[in-house]
Design a protein around this ligand. Structure first.
Ligand code: C2E
Ligand code: MG
Ligand code: MG
Length: 527
């Protein structure tokens, strides 16, 4: 379950880590492309506006020039001046003079036809009337713009307002501030032109985008195909996609690395301790002669969330290797007190054996924790036996100090799995011990022709010589029990009596096995 979850979460994260940088690259590329095209269009709108203003300045200059002199209307000098101005000024095709609401003369000469003045389509600040589409009656040229001011007017080609060169195909145009198109240059559809002329900003219409700007006289706009944004975006993506792929690869590598770390057995154990997936079982210890249950060995169990369990033979060494054993020992002490303190207070001859790891023995850190837990619960130190393995004695001095302190406080100390390591019987004599546990491998050899079977009587003999209590482990048959009883072994533990049990089952087992009986031997031991 836990593994599945880590793998599943890592998978989901990896998918996001792959997609997100690419999505971000696309969004950013689009943003940059839109911004760049907007700036591009605004730049051309500005240019167009300046071009139109320059053009209009020249037209104004012509009006000013003509109005500052008092002409004899339509005499030769007046007409010559108008002609000269029209020729000199590139923007202006023709200059006209009105008298009494009728066109009296133009830069071409005196007008004989009857040409009225009409009403301007719109006005530009300063009293300039604009006629947007005028077909000249005198020169008979193409459609032009007429600008009207005072007694004069000028005819101007539309192109003069919008002759700006662009680097990419676009439609540029000039409109009045009330949204009437003065001139435009390009192939944008009329709805796009009308919308661009109507207001400022940057927007899209159909397959086009436009930007519009204005000043005190005109609004200028530039319209282009949205395909140019697409092209810009593709160029941006060429730069951004490798970066996004690199980011994705780094993120995925990070996810794989962290989940692999989380999947290592030690991380899993750490998480299990945190999630309280470990619990304690109690295997009864029997007095062989009386059949009384005199105590239990507390054994840790790890059941994973998915129901599978991990053997202590696997996770205890793992915990020792990765400095997780101390929290495990603390947890064990807490569980024993919580599960059995009531019974231990009532039955002073009953004990619980706790396994102490090499690290615990060396640091001695567990002892004050145990002492205060027992004091609080009213359990006597005598009732807690400490099982130390041979390996625990490797740093002999520190281990000895811890165990001597423990014995001084009243605990009984047993050597566990004796004979499976390298300690000799002689070394055994030098250790601060109260009890010896005969390992299951020796018990298994009883009654067989195995080489170990000859060792068993020696171990028992030496233990007797050292006045140690003896507990035989892994007793599975009546024959083994009979042999042990005959050899004077006091206590036994094994599947013959019970497997390791949950606390409530252990309490029931003990009650059923003992009734009102108590062990006189252990009672004397308990003092
Ligand atoms: P151990 O202290 O020698 O524990 C005795 C082991 O023999 C236990 O295995 C127990 O379940 C098993 N056993 C008892 N009777 C029989 C039997 O009749 N037949 C068979 N086949 N097996 C029997 P378990 O619980 O797997 O524990 C293995 C070892 O893990 C323990 O050996 C002990 O060294 C360590 N361990 C368990 N709990 C703790 C703990 O809380 N702290 C530390 N430091 N070590 C622990
Ligand atoms: Mg043990
Ligand atoms: Mg053992």
């Amino acid at each position: 379950m836990q593994r599945h979850r880590i793998v599943l979460i890592a998978g989901i994260l990896a998918v996001f880590a792959t997609i997100l940088p690419l999505a971000a690259a696309v969004i950013y590329a689009r943003h940059r492309a839109v911004e760049a095209e907007r700036a591009h269009l605004v730049e051309y709108s500005d240019w167009t506006l300046r071009r139109a203003e320059r053009n209009f300045d020249r037209i104004r200059d012509v009006f000013r020039e003509l109005q500052t002199t008092r002409w004899q209307p339509c005499n030769e000098a007046h007409i010559a001046r108008m002609r000269q101005l029209a020729v000199d000024n590139q923007s202006i095709e023709e200059v006209g003079y009105f008298a009494g609401g009728k066109l009296a003369c133009t830069s071409w000469g005196v007008v004989r036809q009857n040409v009225g003045r009409g009403t301007p389509d719109t006005w530009v600040e300063g009293g300039y009337g604009l006629y947007l589409n005028v077909r000249p009656k005198v020169s008979r040229g193409g459609v032009v713009i007429a600008v009207d001011h005072g007694d004069y007017n000028t005819l101007v080609n539309h192109e003069r307002f919008v002759d700006v060169l662009t680097d990419t195909p676009m439609t540029i145009g000039i409109a009045t501030l009330d949204g009437r198109v003065v001139a435009f240059n390009g192939d944008a559809p009329s709805d796009a032109v009308a919308k661009a002329a109507a207001g400022d900003g940057f927007a899209r219409i159909g397959t086009r985008v436009f930007a519009s700007v204005h000043d005190g006289h005109f609004r200028a706009f530039a319209i282009t195909d949205r395909a140019y944004i697409q092209q810009r975006m593709e160029r941006e993506l060429w730069a951004l996609v490798p970066l996004a792929l690199l980011t994705s690869a780094l993120l995925v590598a990070l996810i794989v690395w962290t989940s692999r770390r989380r999947l290592t057995p030690e991380r899993e154990l750490e998480a299990a301790i945190r999630r309280r997936e470990l619990h304690v079982l109690y295997q009864p210890i029997m007095e062989i002669t009386t059949g009384l249950c005199v105590g239990a060995e507390a054994l840790l169990r790890w059941q994973r969330g998915d129901g599978t369990s991990v053997s202590p033979e696997v996770f205890i060494p793992l915990a020792e290797q990765h400095r997780l054993i101390e929290p495990l020992t603390d947890m064990m002490i807490g569980c024993v007190v919580a599960d059995l303190a009531d019974m231990l207070r009532r039955e002073r001859s009953v004990h619980v054996a706790i396994n102490i790891s090499a690290a615990d023995m060396q640091s001695g850190r567990f002892l004050p924790i145990l002492t205060s837990a027992l004091a609080e619960a009213g359990v006597a130190p005598r009732q807690i036996w400490l099982e130390a393995t041979e390996r625990g004695f490797m740093d002999a001095a520190a281990a000895r100090e811890t165990l001597e302190k423990a014995r001084a406080q009243g605990h009984l100390v047993a050597i566990d799995d004796f004979g499976t390591g390298y300690s000799s019987l002689a070394q055994l004599a030098a250790l601060p011990l109260d009890a010896l546990k005969i390992d299951k491998s020796f018990v298994d050899a009883i009654g067989r022709e195995a080489a170990t079977s000859v060792v068993v009587p020696h171990v028992i003999e030496i233990a007797h010589g050292l006045k140690l209590l003896i507990v035989a482990e892994g007793v599975e048959t009546r024959e083994q029990e009979a042999y042990l009883r005959a050899a004077g072994v006091g206590f036994a533990q094994g599947w013959l009596y019970a497997k390791a049990l949950p606390a409530t089952e252990f309490l029931a087992f003990r009650a059923a096995a003992n009734g009102q009986r108590v062990s006189p031997f252990l009672t004397s031991l308990a003092g």
